[in-house]
Write a protein that binds this ligand. Structure first.
Ligand SMILES: CC(C)(COP(=O)(O)OP(=O)(O)OC[C@H]1O[C@@H](n2cnc3c(N)ncnc32)[C@H](O)[C@@H]1OP(=O)(O)O)[C@@H](O)C(=O)NCCC(=O)NCCS
Length: 184
């Protein structure tokens, strides 16, 4: 069973470790905090920011990843998407796809978001497949936009409108891995 739960104070350490893990960091556009103190400053500010929302992805009640939306309260009704599955054993099993569905329902439901924007490194097949399946469309390409280990990398801009998700939702849920259920 995949669920999203509210972020808690005792999640700080696991987020710090997950975000720095090479298997996660290699596909993230930004950089992880260099120190735990810097991470805590980000973590505390994030939790206090009313326009940001973060959830721990729980698989059979065990924390395995993180999904977040930034800027939810902006006047344009647009939010920025960020996510990773931090536990190695949970990646590539359909957990991300399931968590994405739950977070999109929250975003376009209770949070009242109208559009979600996302930046994905070219070559990130798992993110591009999962997000395209949910209805994200390619809206642009930022050439040589970030430096990863000294190499300039292109970034794909993706956008998902509320109606895109509404049109895809049923098929998407039917396509979840058979052994992965989401909380009703
Ligand atoms: C991107 C991520 C969140 C997806 O979560 P996940 O649980 O691993 O993905 P899923 O198992 O739900 O699979 C999603 C899709 O990617 C495919 N996929 C999974 N792992 C893959 C891999 N290593 N290579 C290619 N395709 C892969 C799946 O087959 C699935 O395709 P489908 O939607 O066509 O069926 C996760 O892989 C991750 O955290 N990656 C590292 C950090 C990252 O990339 N964050 C996102 C930055 S934009």
């Amino acid at each position: 069973m995949i669920q999203l739960r509210e972020l808690r104070g005792d999640d700080a350490k696991r987020l710090y470790l997950w975000r720095r893990a090479p298997a996660v960091d290699r596909w993230m556009c930004g950089r992880p905090a260099e120190t735990f103190d810097a991470h805590m400053a980000w973590f505390d500010a994030f939790r206090e920011d009313h326009d940001s929302k973060g959830w721990i992805v729980a698989w059979n009640r065990r924390p395995v990843g993180f999904v977040m939306l930034k800027g939810c309260g902006c006047d344009d009704g647009r939010a920025e998407w960020g996510w990773y599955i931090g536990e190695d054993r949970a990646r590539g099993r359909g957990v991300g796809r399931a968590a994405q569905a739950l977070a999109l329902d929250e975003a376009f439901g209770p949070l009242g978001v109208r559009k979600i924007a996302s930046e994905v490194l070219v070559g990130n097949a798992a993110a591009l497949k999962a997000q395209t399946a949910a209805g994200f469309r390619r809206e642009g390409l930022l050439r040589a936009h970030v430096l990863k280990d000294g190499e300039a990398r292109d970034v794909v801009l993706l956008g998902l409108l509320e109606q895109d998700w509404a049109a895809r939702r049923d098929d998407y849920l039917r396509g979840l891995a058979p052994d992965i259920a989401i909380a009703a």
